[in-house]
Design a binder for this molecule. Sequence first.
Ligand code: NDP
Ligand code: X2W
Length: 345
Amino acid sequence: MVRVAIAGASGYTGFELIRILSQHPQAELNMITSRGQAGQRLDAFYPAFRGHCSLTFEYPDPDKLASEADLVFTALPHQAAMDLVPELLKRNLKVVDLSADYRFRDAGVYESWYQKHKTPELLPGAIYGLPELYREHIKTARLVGNPGCYPTSIILATAPLLSKALIDPGTLIADSKSGVSGAGRGASLGVHFCEVNEGFKAYKVGEHRHTPEIEQELSFLAGQKINITFTPHLVPMTRGILSTVYSSLQDGVTPAMVDEAFHSFYANAPFVRLCGSKAFPDTLQVRGSNYCDLGWRVDERTRRVVVVSVIDNLTRGASGQAVCNMNLMSGLPEESGLDTAPWQP
Ligand SMILES: NC(=O)C1=CN([C@@H]2O[C@H](COP(=O)(O)OP(=O)(O)OC[C@H]3O[C@@H](n4cnc5c(N)ncnc54)[C@H](OP(=O)(O)O)[C@@H]3O)[C@@H](O)[C@H]2O)C=CC1
Ligand SMILES: CC(=O)N[C@@H](CCC(=O)OP(=O)(O)O)C(=O)O
């Protein structure tokens, strides 16, 4: 059994971690933290857990976390994570951090989009937690920077095309739509029911902080610096992300070559399901699961390939992927605790 704890368990990704871990056959969830809810029983705060988890929220004390767990999920906002993560590593704990604080190889890039990094010396040892790209590195990692939700959907849609050099990397455009839970549980005007219901809007156009994260990984795959046009949208649904990714094909690339690239790249990826070149996935078909479903089409008229990628932002885009990383870091099967069918409808 892997002994685990969650710091920041009262938020949405914390809830999703508890949901998955309380049914995981090889994980023992021993401690959950929240500053605001310390002393409160989980099943009083989230009645959904009645009969499933009898833990009480505690204050995020690193010594207590070290006595209760071998691995800690930090489901905290950016900046708060980099205060706690170094304390956990000093106490010999493994960490899967759900914030952006340990996703970047270059502290300068992080600092130009977020804020000053307090522990840049930890970045070279942190592994970007996308199993389809870094499975072997994750297995020996002590610190994993769990990917952002939009980057997960976009990188998985693009990786086969870039790794086989089938597209012109300068032509990438990603148009993404997210459910409102992507903004977390903290109330703000932008996610107020009346501001979101029955509407559909683009936001942070040309300036979303997931842009450099996507570019970091796509540049690594392509072996050259890539810039992408990324436009996020907010849609009035609770969970899910759908990304449509466009790029121009290199001369001579055929639809069969595109099909082959997807099938060979994901031949051993249990959480990527290929819908093929004529079927396009829906966010409902991955809801509550760790799957990323992909559909694509070559448009011969424009010589572009269009890829549609869907994930559940709270599961594959955050907590499911984090548990997958825990499995790999702990020598467990990648699918352990995650091999459940989605919830559709
Ligand atoms: N929502 C999503 O779809 C995704 C979220 N993420 C990332 O995961 C992390 C958690 O997100 P989410 O669960 O949505 O966020 P929430 O706002 O829903 O929850 C945040 C949690 O962190 C705790 N917290 C807040 N501020 C601090 C602080 N300064 N120090 C310590 N604890 C703090 C909160 O409890 P308390 O204040 O009581 O301590 C709460 O438990 C974030 O970094 C987010 O960017 C990544 C991918 C997708
Ligand atoms: C709908 C919505 O607001 N989504 C969030 C997604 C960010 C997120 O949760 O990811 P990080 O961990 O990288 O911050 C946003 O656009 O900021």
